[in-house]
Design a protein around this ligand. Structure first.
Ligand SMILES: Cc1cc2nc3c(=O)[nH]c(=O)nc-3n(C[C@H](O)[C@H](O)[C@H](O)COP(=O)(O)OP(=O)(O)OC[C@H]3O[C@@H](n4cnc5c(N)ncnc54)[C@H](O)[C@@H]3O)c2cc1C
Length: 354
């Protein structure tokens, strides 16, 4: 019987980061992925930004996650010879003089010093509506997600095995010390499925959060991301920009909506003062969790069945570091941070079928 060290189910951002970590350690892997064009990972604008939210505070674990992700994606670019990682400053226009003053003060705090490039007190960027100036943040940028996933896929094809199919659960035999799938044995299987569930983890509270983006053509300054209400991130081709995103917990229907298009266009008009041409619209479902933390760990009854999910709105910044955390837990017995451990949900949501 053929054997591998790991079977991975799903190759979005989660499965790709796991594959990179395992291949870098020389492990034999089989990846099963049924690519769908609107998977969360493929429609994501790929933005990473350490200062976020309405209150603009440092994101959870930013001091660990951001240095790690820069190194991770840069190394993968070198290995693959492909370009998909674009660090660049992010500009957030101020809405008032009060906000301007607040950031002048905050920029002196050591907590924010590593992330603030400059505070502008007057309009500073062409075609951006910024009469009060704005905040220029560093350690930001975007990952061009589809080229990244494709580059990792090529690596898996060369160094491991790739199966383009939906996992057929009836062909997966799970035992205490490993699994067998269609004649291939592995000590562990890792489910990196996003919002699609399998029978082993259908009790885990992954809540789909629908998001939509539009692609526009506009004459905007290259090498900068603008973000206020919506983000404007460079698209795959010069002159193209991805504008997003919406957040809708109630609509899980497949497809784009006119409501989302209207919302994004209204917010875009508030942010820039130059004409643009609408090109297309995308939608996807983000895999979120009630406490907004990822989910890592094993099935309550089958230690060889593992999950890496719950990446919510921040798959680009969370997957590099937490894929290493998961490998170190599996291979070196280094315990998981309680905030990401699946154990936190076992007592609430899991009932043994026995
Ligand atoms: C509109 C939008 C914009 C976003 N923007 C950003 C952003 O700017 N920055 C950011 O960090 N995050 C962003 N996100 C969130 C980000 O996309 C997610 O955090 C991340 O992509 C989740 O990755 P994943 O690998 O867990 O899931 P997915 O991307 O859903 O990947 C799962 C993969 O597993 C496959 N799969 C599932 N079940 C099976 C099965 N049984 N058999 C075979 N294959 C299977 C699927 O086909 C898919 O390929 C955005 C999301 C959306 C929807």
């Amino acid at each position: 019987m053929q054997t591998v060290d790991y079977i991975l189910v799903g190759q979005g951002l989660a499965g790709s980061a796991m594959a990179v970590q395992l291949l870098n350690r020389g492990r034999k892997i089989l990846v099963i992925d049924q690519p769908i064009h609107n998977s969360s990972s493929r429609v994501a604008a790929g933005l990473f930004n350490p200062i976020t939210g309405k209150k603009m505070v440092k994101t959870w674990m930013a001091d660990t996650l951001f240095p790690y992700l820069h190194e991770f994606y840069r190394q993968e670019e070198i290995k693959s010879g492909e370009k998909f990682f674009f660090p660049m400053p992010l500009y957030r226009p101020f809405l008032s003089v009060e906000e301007q003053n607040e950031w002048m003060a905050r920029s002196a705090e050591p907590l924010y010093a590593d992330y603030i490039e400059a505070v502008y007190t007057s309009s500073s960027f062409a075609h951006v509506r910024d009469p009060f100036g704005g905040l220029l943040l560093k350690q930001c940028g975007y990952l061009s997600t589809t080229p990244y996933i494709e580059a990792v896929r090529k690596r898996i094809e060369q160094e491991g095995t790739m199966l383009y199919e939906q996992l057929e659960e009836e062909h997966l035999h799970v035992e205490r010390d490993g699994v067998i799938y269609k004649g291939i044995r592995a000590p562990r299987i890792i489910f990196c499925q996003g919002t699609r569930t399998s029978k082993w983890f259908n009790w885990v509270p992954i809540r789909p959060l629908k998001g939509e983006t539009i692609l526009v053509e506009a004459n905007l300054q290259e090498n900068i991301i603008v973000n206020r209400g919506v983000y404007i991130v460079p698209g795959l081709h010069a002159g193209e920009w991805r504008v997003g995103a919406t957040y809708n917990f109630h609509d899980h229907d497949p497809g784009i909506t006119t409501e989302a298009k209207t919302e994004l266009e209204e917010k875009l008009a508030e942010l820039i003062d130059t004409p643009y041409k609408w090109k297309s619209q995308e939608w996807g479902l983000r895999p979120t969790t009630p406490d907004r933390r990822p989910i890592l760990g094993s099935h309550p009854e089958f230690p060889s069945v593992i999950i890496f999910n719950g990446l919510g709105t921040k798959g680009v910044s969370l997957t590099p570091y937490f894929s290493e955390v998961l490998v170190r837990w599996m291979e070196n017995d280094i315990s998981l941070n309680k905030l990401v451990d699946i154990d936190r949900y076992k007592s609430v949501y899991w009932t043994s079928p026995k």
